[in-house]
Design a protein around this ligand. Structure first.
Ligand SMILES: Cc1cc2nc3c(=O)[nH]c(=O)nc-3n(C[C@H](O)[C@H](O)[C@H](O)COP(=O)(O)OP(=O)(O)OC[C@H]3O[C@@H](n4cnc5c(N)ncnc54)[C@H](O)[C@@H]3O)c2cc1C
Length: 425
């Protein structure tokens, strides 16, 4: 039993039903929240309304965001690398829920911009750290003909009797160098402003790009963009997450030293799997932040807008709808944090945990944004108010980092494999 002298009002933190947080965690949350509100939201609003080419031009506000985030020290890779797993599982979600509450496109763009640097630091090789540690990066994995097929790592979702296509990007080794030819998809986040990429692509070892089981041979390779043979397409014009610029990267006999290959043929897919596991985990907490942003706007609006002679909140039906939104935001956060705990715990990491969170949170986020938009009535549809942007952002997230249905099928195949393994089937 809990004992009370009187019935109190619930104490709610920035993120609602928050349990114990240390002073350090509260301070980090406060700094991230203020940065999201004061720096990210105004910049994201401008970028969302800008032409997609102007959004990456020299005078774009994107540069102000990148400079200010760097100066804020909020995302210090070295400090994060030095944390215990338990600290990572608590502090990374605190930071990224707030940043995505500010703007999901800017938050996701910043994460992927660090992928090559992160991979370089992970090797511990001073030459790679020197070359890539300070370059703005991106994560190039999908190709025009390899979207969901890429996510279907073990090719479990292929039509019976078929195998995945060749894709559009192949690397080979020649004279001690990795030679790359082909192109990525137009969806490479941050590519228009990147100086390097962590590239995953098919590998021809002299015996073609297919393994005997129909899967592809894959490598992970760091590629700087200041070498001959690398060029970029035009920035993509899209519906949501418009602050996140995207575009193709072309490789025409681009050559990099063999040591830039951070994952060889045996390690390429496991390395990609690790990056996707991290990415999906981040998406889960980030779109919890987006759902919360929609809820926060709706909560404020229903206390202002009057219809039926009173503020909307005084209508029972509106209160019921608002409570459902609150519930869903809490469910998103619980799910997202559980994926962090699993991935940084003794049984993780695994894409199953991250995809469980990513798919649930992004689908639920669309529902919350849609209901928040509905509570704004006609105003929700206009660009004067923030809801239509949040809805577009949330909608993009159901496809980014693996389309949700495909991630669901992959996850179910792992659940079945574990069941069969346990039961000797
Ligand atoms: C905002 C955003 C950011 C992104 N960032 C990056 C990035 O940084 N780097 C990068 O490399 N890529 C990135 N992507 C690409 C993203 O990973 C792909 O869009 C995603 O994997 C889906 O691929 P696709 O768009 O080719 O769709 P497709 O694979 O063509 O899928 C189309 C439809 O077919 C269905 N489908 C596909 N295969 C099957 C199957 N086997 N069985 C049943 N149904 C199937 C899917 O469910 C889907 O509904 C990003 C995408 C978005 C939207």
């Amino acid at each position: 039993m809990f004992e009370f002298e009187q019935v109190p009002l619930p104490k709610l933190g920035i993120t609602g039903l928050e349990g114990a947080m240390s002073e350090e965690e509260l301070a980090i949350q406060d700094v991230a929240h203020r940065f999201a509100e004061e720096v990210m939201r105004p910049i994201a609003e401008k970028l969302d309304k800008m032409d997609h080419e102007a959004a990456v031009a020299e005078d774009s506000p994107i540069w102000e965001f990148l400079d200010k985030l760097e100066q804020s020290g909020l995302v210090d890779l070295a400090a994060i690398a030095g944390m215990t797993n338990e600290e990572k599982s608590r502090i990374i979600p605190i930071i990224f829920e707030e940043l995505a509450w500010g703007d999901s496109g800017l938050a996701m763009g910043y994460i992927v911009s660090k992928f090559p640097a992160f991979a370089a630091y992970h090797t511990g090789d001073p030459e790679l750290i020197e070359r890539f540690g300070h370059l703005r990066g991106c994560w190039a994995a999908t190709q025009p003909d390899r979207g969901s097929d890429l996510v279907d790592i073990e090719a479990t979702e292929c039509h019976p009797g078929e195998r995945q296509g060749r894709g559009n990007l192949v690397a080979r080794i020649e004279d001690g160098e990795v030679v790359i030819n082909g192109q990525t998809s137009a969806w490479v986040s941050g590519a228009p402003i990147a100086e390097s990429t962590l590239l995953y692509c098919q590998f021809d070892d002299g015996n073609g790009i297919y393994n005997d089981d129909g899967t592809h041979k894959y490598i992970g390779v760091l590629v700087p963009f200041d070498i001959p043979g690398v060029s970029k397409g035009k920035p993509l014009d899209k519906m949501g997450m418009r602050a996140l610029c995207q575009g193709e990267i072309y490789f025409d006999n681009a050559r990099v030293p063999l040591k830039y290959m951070i994952a060889d043929m045996d390690k390429g897919y496991p390395s990609f799997f690790g990056a996707l596991t991290f990415g999906n985990m981040e998406m889960g907490i980030s779109f919890t932040g987006v759902a919360r942003a929609a809820y926060d706007h709706a909560l404020a609006y229903v206390h202002e807008r009057k219809q039926g002679g009173t503020e909307l909140i005084n209508h029972q039906g509106v209160r019921a709808r608002l409570f459902k939104m609150h519930q869903k935001v809490e469910a998103c956060r619980a799910m997202a944090k559980r994926a962090f705990e699993y991935n940084y715990g003794p049984n993780g990491p695994h894409l199953l945990a991250s995809a469980t969170s990513k798919t649930f949170v992004t689908d639920t986020c669309v529902e919350v944004c849609s209901e928040a938009l509905q509570l704004f009535g006609g105003n929700g549809l206009t660009r004067e108010y923030p809801l239509e942007k949040l809805f577009r952002d949330a909608r993009a997230a159901q496809i980014a980092d693996g389309e949700n249905n495909v991630l669901g099928m992959k996850s179910a195949s792992w659940l079945s494999k574990v069941y069969k393994d346990k039961n000797g089937l």
